[in-house]
Structure formats: structure tokens, C-alpha cells
Design a protein around this ligand. Structure first.
Ligand SMILES: [Zn+2]
Length: 520
């Protein structure tokens, strides 16, 4: 008898006794799988297959909104808005690529382990028939609010499924039974039986856990759970989709491992917002996405996990087929391969209490380095420990350019500005600015240069436009020059002047300074 049929026959008879500890249903699926396949294990991808390739992996994604019959109107509860769906895609790209705002919250001892998967999820732009699509399929589903992981699973997927070798299928149901937030099948569970794989492959999430409040605009209405509201249930399940185990392994106890070298061995599932209890001989990485912590307390995939996920794409043909160029063309994503966002270096004053005279600018490109107009670019000022303190958004012009008026610095310090776009990819660039001394006094002094002029010395830390007006003792203007200073450089003004008293008025973007010069 087919092993998978056996597995799912067994699942069908599982009772409601799954209990409170089943935040992630994958644990149950794995438990049953291991009963039937005691010798199966994920091969350890570490050491022997490092850095097979380093390109960005695009995953064409379809979201099947399996909404309740009563939720026929888009935006009503389980029939999630497009914005809520997009917020989840943005959250995946954010967390898989360590672009999450809270990566700073990773315990200092684990911070060096943080990995960027370079995996990007994009909603498909062509459906399996080659027609245009937004990558969202809305289907009424009678059991949406009472979905079970057993026999319901295939029945539900049969209602709406795109070829899982071409699309990453994400199903959202109203609610999964028994307090389960989501579940997934690991590739190694599906590797040996292609028929079952094509029926099962993908991730199922309850609607209240799908989407991210962090990626929500003020006037959007999202239906999200209070604790699992940052899209990390899906991040966790998609980790399974790329062959990641829970950090505690699936056998439980200190002898069970997730086969990843740099995740500390841990014991059993842990909930809530605990930080690093000492167990199994090390501090636990409770902030790992493959833990059961609350969304606000997860923030890291390790380098080892990232390596394993990329290895999975490379080694499992039914994962690799998602990301190859032919499939990106077929799913309409090829021209939209990842954008790039770059901030220009900032040259200008940044003084406490003074409006910033120059804008912070940058460019959005697509993968072929063509300027990318129309993107909404967001700018955020992050200060530690206050978080985001300034928020603005602009639309890039046709040539991909954008610019922001920076806020007036209120205190001395280092300011970190993050420009980012949310969709289709969550890309970020950052710039750090340190406030300059606010007083413009004594920035210039004058010396002589030969017979025909005087020199002007600048203490400015960066080039600055200066207008110099030279007047005599009576106040009559003799000459005016505009120039750009060099760092601590000397500017020669070729003004021939006889013995006498002169005033030199220096006007800069940080203020006006007047110096007196006596030519003897
Ligand atoms: Zn899990």
C-alpha cells in the first residue's frame, strides 16, 4: 500500500486531541511520517555543499483564498484584501532576507549567525493557462472555518491548486481546527511519491495569521490575531517548505537535532517571549523563526538554515523547477526579477536645529539596471531604542529617481535613514548621518597668499558652497565670488588689494560669517 495513503488514512482518524501545543501542524505531520518512515532523515546539507551558487532565487507564488461561504465579498474576514495578502508577501521577503526592522533585537551572541536567504517571493503574473493574473485565486470553501489537517487537506486543495512544480501554493483558510495556525510539507516528506506530492505540496495558513500589521497602512483593515500578527506563522511554515525542521528537531529532547550546525540544540517547543533559557548545554535561540515564540519575538534565520534552504532549491527538482528562468517567463515574472534600490551619498549639512538644505535622493532599478519609475519608496528614520521616528513616502519618477526632504535633527547623534519599497520585493538601502557641530562660527579663517590675494581656509568636514563678498572699510562692495570649498582646503581669491581694512562676508548654507582682514 502506498505509504502516503497510509499516512493520510492515519491522519484522517486523528482525533481532536492534538492539544494546545500544536501551533504548527507540521509537527504532527512529521510525527506521523516518522512512524511510517523511521529511517528517513533530512540529509545534512552543511559542510559538503556550501555556497553552491549565490544568485537570487525567485519563487512564483499563488495565494488561494479559500474563504468561507458567508465571506463572499472581498475584504470580509477570510476573504482577505489584496493589501493584506501583499503584506504577507512583503513580510516573507523581509524576514527571509534579514531586512526585518527587528534584526537588531537578535541576542548579541546570535547576531553574527543571521543569514540572508536571497529568496524572493513574488505573486505570479501569469496563471497556468498563460493568462494575466494578480497571483490571487479566490474560492468559496464550505469548511473554511473548520478546516482539518486530515481528509480536508486534499479535498480543500482539490478545489484550487496550481501545478506545484511551477508555483508555490499558499492556501489561506478561515481557521484550522484545534488551534493550529498553519502547516506545511517538507520536501523530504514528498520526495519519493510524485503523485502525492502534486496533491499535497504547499503551505496552509489560517486567515488570522496571514499578513503583517507592520506592512499595513493606516487606512487598511486587516483581520489579524493580536499575537501572531507580523506574518511569521507563514515565514515559519515556508521555512518547512524549504526543508527546515523545528530548532528542537522533531523527536524532542536534547538528542534530537534539526541537522543545522549553527542553531543551538534545544529541548521541546517553547512559547511566548522567553529569551535564551540555558538548556542542552547552550543558550536557546528562542528568536529563531523555526521556534514557537510570539511573532514579535522572532527575528532570525541562521546562516546554516539559509544554506539548507538554498541547497533544497538546488537539490530537489520540484523546488528548482519553480525558480528556473523558463518558469519565471511562464509565470510572468522574468522581467520583474528583483529590483535594486540605491540611495545617493548625502552631501550637505546636517545640523541640530537647522532645516536640512539638501534632499536625500536615490534610484530604483530593475534587475537589468534599468530605471524603475512608479515605485512607492518609503523613508524611515530609526533611532535606538525608540524605533521608527520619521516616516515619509514618495513615488519614483519615470527615470527611477526619488528624493526626500529630511527632518530637522533635534539632537546630536547618529541618524539612520532607511529607504525601502514593499512590493513586489522588499528592498532596502540605508544611510547613516551624524549631526555636525551646529555653530557656523569659526569655520573659516583668512591667510595671505602672495601679493594678489588672500587665502580662505575651511574647517568644514565636507565640500560646501560659499559666497564671499569682499568690502572695504566703508562697506562698499568690491568683489563677490562663489566657490566650493575643499575639505580643510585653501581657496585663493585673486583679488589684488592695497594696504587697508577689508571685510569678507562668507555666506554658506549653514549661516553667515564675517571676518575682518587688515592688509599691512
Ligand atoms: Zn513548524
Amino acid at each position: 500500500m502506498n505509504k502516503f495513503l497510509l499516512l493520510f488514512s492515519f491522519l484522517m482518524f486523528l482525533t481532536h486531541a492534538w492539544g494546545q501545543g500544536s501551533k504548527c501542524g507540521t509537527e504532527e505531520l512529521l510525527r506521523e511520517f516518522r512512524l511510517l518512515h523511521p529511517n528517513a532523515s533530512i540529509e545534512n546539507s552543511q559542510s559538503t555543499h556550501r555556497a553552491l551558487y549565490d544568485s537570487i532565487i525567485i519563487i512564483p507564488t499563488v495565494v488561494h483564498v479559500m474563504h468561507g461561504l458567508e465571506d463572499s465579498v472581498v475584504g470580509r474576514k477570510s476573504n482577505l484584501t489584496k493589501k493584506q495578502i501583499e503584506s504577507q508577501i512583503a513580510a516573507l521577503n523581509r524576514d527571509f532576507n534579514r531586512e526585518n526592522w527587528d534584526s537588531v533585537a537578535t541576542d548579541p551572541m546570535f547576531k553574527p549567525l543571521g543569514g540572508k536567504a536571497k529568496i524572493l517571493f513574488q505573486l505570479a503574473e501569469k496563471d497556468p493557462q498563460g493568462n494575466p493574473t494578480d497571483g490571487i485565486d479566490r474560492v468559496p470553501y464550505a469548511n473554511s472555518y473548520g478546516h482539518g489537517m486530515g481528509s480536508d487537506d486534499i479535498r480543500m486543495k482539490n478545489l484550487s491548486r496550481w501545478n506545484p512544480e511551477k508555483y508555490f501554493n499558499l492556501w489561506v483558510v478561515g481557521e484550522i481546527l484545534n488551534g493550529t495556525l498553519g502547516y506545511a510539507f517538507l520536501p523530504y516528506m514528498l520526495a519519493t511519491d510524485s503523485t502525492q506530492r502534486k496533491r499535497l505540496d504547499g503551505v496552509v495558513i489560517g486567515s488570522y495569521y496571514f499578513g503583517s500589521a507592520k506592512e499595513k497602512s493606516a487606512n487598511d483593515t486587516f483581520y489579524l490575531d493580536a499575537i501572531y500578527n507580523l506574518g511569521r506563522t507563514t515565514v515559519h511554515e515556508v521555512g518547512h517548505y524549504f526543508n527546515l525542521d523545528h530548532t528542537w528537531g522533531n523527536g524532542g529532547g536534547c538528542s534530537s537535532t534539526d541537522s543545522v550546525e549553527d542553531t543551538p540544540i534545544s529541548n521541546n517547543p517553547i512559547f511566548g517571549c522567553q529569551s535564551g533559557p540555558f538548556e542542552c548545554g547552550n543558550y536557546r535561540m528562542t528568536e529563531n523563526y523555526m521556534e514557537y515564540s510570539d511573532d514579535r519575538c522572532m527575528n532570525i534565520f541562521t546562516k546554516g538554515q539559509v544554506e539548507r534552504m538554498r541547497y533544497t532549491v538546488r537539490e530537489y527538482p520540484f523546488r528548482f523547477s519553480l525558480a528556473d528562468t523558463a518558469n519565471l517567463r511562464a509565470t510572468g515574472l522574468f522581467p520583474y526579477e528583483p529590483k535594486r534600490l540605491e540611495l545617493d551619498s548625502f552631501v550637505g549639512n546636517f545640523y541640530v536645529g537647522r532645516p536640512v538644505s539638501r534632499k536625500l535622493s536615490g534610484t530604483v532599478f530593475n534587475r537589468l539596471n534599468q530605471p524603475w519609475g512608479g515605485s512607492t519608496v518609503y523613508l524611515e528614520l530609526k533611532t535606538s531604542p525608540l524605533g521608527a521616528a520619521f516616516y515619509d513616502s514618495v513615488t519614483a519618477t519615470a527615470d527611477g529617481r526619488f528624493s526626500f526632504q529630511l527632518p530637522t535633527p533635534e539632537a546630536e547623534g547618529v541618524y539612520s535613514f532607511h529607504a525601502f519599497i514593499k512590493t513586489p520585493n522588499f528592498l532596502v538601502d540605508s544611510i547613516r548621518l551624524t549631526t555636525q557641530t551646529s555653530a557656523p562660527k569659526n569655520q573659516f579663517w583668512v591667510g595671505t597668499v602672495g601679493e594678489n590675494g588672500f587665502s580662505l581656509h575651511s574647517k568644514m568636514a565636507y565640500p560646501m558652497n560659499v559666497t564671499a563678498t569682499i568690502g572695504d572699510a566703508t562697506g562698499r562692495m568690491l568683489q563677490q565670488k562663489k566657490f566650493l570649498t575643499l575639505n580643510d582646503g585653501i581657496v585663493e581669491l585673486d583679488f589684488p588689494f592695497p594696504t587697508g581694512v577689508y571685510w569678507i562676508r562668507l555666506e554658506t548654507e549653514v549661516g553667515v560669517e564675517t571676518v575682518k582682514w587688515i592688509q599691512r
